[in-house]
Design a protein around this ligand. Structure first.
Ligand SMILES: [Zn+2]
Length: 225
């Protein structure tokens, strides 16, 4: 699977075009909240063969441009089921950041997905791991080499858990599950640079509790929940 990152919109969110190399079939992961991603993808030559839209979670910067994407690519769209309460607030989420209500439809969710879901993208099997905490149902999409984690985990940090529908204790448990996946997985976050699970387990100051649990060096780090 080839992973291309497009950093877009007012929140400088990382969105992704992931492509199965055997067939050239692609999925878009997350949207930004402006038309920028559509414009950048439409400028690609050759044009991407977009087969699906996957959303990690229902925050404005990750899902707010869904209707723009669906105007350009009328393809099945997937969102974690437990994100429905948050997705329903999409039109007014911008007010938290001094932005106006969305003046357009939010777009269409075709498939509400749960932990353990998997889907074929060409010859690539994409798996879904539910990692709630930052939001009620946020999740990650991964294959044998790459994982797209939304705002679950960042290089040197973790997703905020102080939003109205956040749950710090669920985030702690979710990161524990996420870090049980193979350490070589390249981590593509919703913001910031690429890292690996192994590197974050060793050095991320917010994952000290996992190092403690596993008897790894690196210190307890920051107590955040
Ligand atoms: Zn978020």
């Amino acid at each position: 699977m080839q992973v291309s990152c497009f950093t877009v919109g007012n929140f400088q969110v990382n969105t992704y075009l992931i492509t199965d190399e055997a067939t050239g079939q692609s999925a878009i992961v997350d949207t930004g909240e402006t038309r920028e991603l559509v414009q950048r993808l439409q400028a690609l030559d050759p044009a991407p063969d977009v087969r699906m839209i996957l959303l990690t979670h229902g925050h404005l910067d990750h899902a707010g441009a869904l209707s723009f994407l669906q105007e350009a690519w009328d393809v099945p769209t997937y969102l974690p089921r437990d994100e429905k309460p948050l997705f329903d607030t999409l039109p007014m989420q911008g007010t938290m950041f001094g932005m106006p209500h969305l003046d357009r439809p939010c777009g269409r969710i075709d498939h509400w997905i749960d932990d353990g879901f998997s889907i074929e993208l060409g010859e690539t099997t994409l798996r879904f791991l539910s990692t709630p905490g930052h939001t009620p149902g946020q999740g990650c999409f991964y294959d044998e080499n790459d994982i797209i984690v939304g705002d679950t985990l960042f290089a040197g940090s973790v997703g905020r858990v102080d939003f109205p529908l956040s749950d710090p204790q669920k985030a702690t448990a979710s990161l524990r599950r996420l870090l049980e996946l193979p350490g070589h997985l390249r981590v593509h976050s919703g913001h910031g640079p690429v890292t690996t699970l192994e590197k974050e387990l060793k050095t991320n100051p917010f994952l000290g509790y996992l190092r403690e649990e596993r008897g790894l060096p690196g210190g307890p780090g920051f107590r955040w929940a």
